[in-house]
Design a protein around this ligand. Structure first.
Ligand code: HEC
Length: 181
């Protein structure tokens, strides 16, 4: 076989491989079934705003000219919430200085969020001596509009902290009183 024939039979084999693999792939969900789309029932103007925000979330890279700095953590939303999704151990952010509900004692030293990067000519923040700190992993941002549509009354009516109905689910509404305790 000359080189050209080898190339052609290679391409044919790859094509067959792709066709047979695609049989095992799940089908793409319908547009109204994906969590990162807009909720239904938006007006034209609301849809336009949704799309503009969705695009900016991933594509807008902040620079000093558009207000970045002097200290900062990242240059775009999507760099932490990649593809609107959950972050990784490499895209965490650090908050420091608060251990209980009495408040943050390090606000004058840059708390609560550590800004570990800086534009040229500026110093990054560093963790103050003695300050406690925690790393936070970015959560997925998809579906938040759908959650927003669930009313507070509905959430509270399903509250079941002690699992008294025995269905194995102990729903605890995320209220500020729980966060601070
Ligand atoms: C450095 C990484 C990082 C960047 C950049 C970032 N986020 Fe986040 N984001 C986080 C982390 C970590 C949390 C969770 C914080 C917490 O638990 O208190 C979060 C939480 C959120 C939440 C709350 C999600 C929920 O389920 O309650 C929203 C909404 C959000 N971010 C939007 C944005 C937007 C919009 C931008 C860009 C302007 C952005 N994020 C940039 C790390 C980041």
């Amino acid at each position: 076989m000359n080189q050209r024939n080898t190339f052609i039979s290679g391409m044919v084999a790859i094509t067959f491989l792709i066709i047979s693999c695609s049989k095992f792939e799940p089908e793409a969900p319908d547009d109204d079934n994906i969590l990162d789309g807009p909720v239904s029932g938006l007006t034209y103007e609301q849809n336009r705003q949704f799309l503009a925000g969705d695009i900016a979330f991933n594509n807008e890279i902040f620079t000093p000219a558009t207000g970045l700095g002097p200290i900062f953590v990242a240059t775009s939303c999507g760099s932490c919430h990649a593809g609107d999704g959950k972050g990784t151990p490499f895209t965490t952010l650090v908050r420091f200085g608060q251990t209980d509900s009495t408040g943050n004692k390090y606000l004058h030293l840059g708390g609560p969020q550590l800004q570990n990067r800086a534009i040229p000519g500026f110093q990054t923040e560093v963790l103050p001596n003695g300050a406690t700190s925690s790393k936070f992993t970015p959560p997925a941002n998809t579906g938040l509009g759908f959650l927003e549509l669930v009313s507070d009354e509905d959430i509270l009516s399903m509250s079941d902290p002690e699992d008294s109905n025995g269905d194995g689910i102990s729903g605890v509404p995320s209220l500020d009183i729980y966060r601070n305790s």
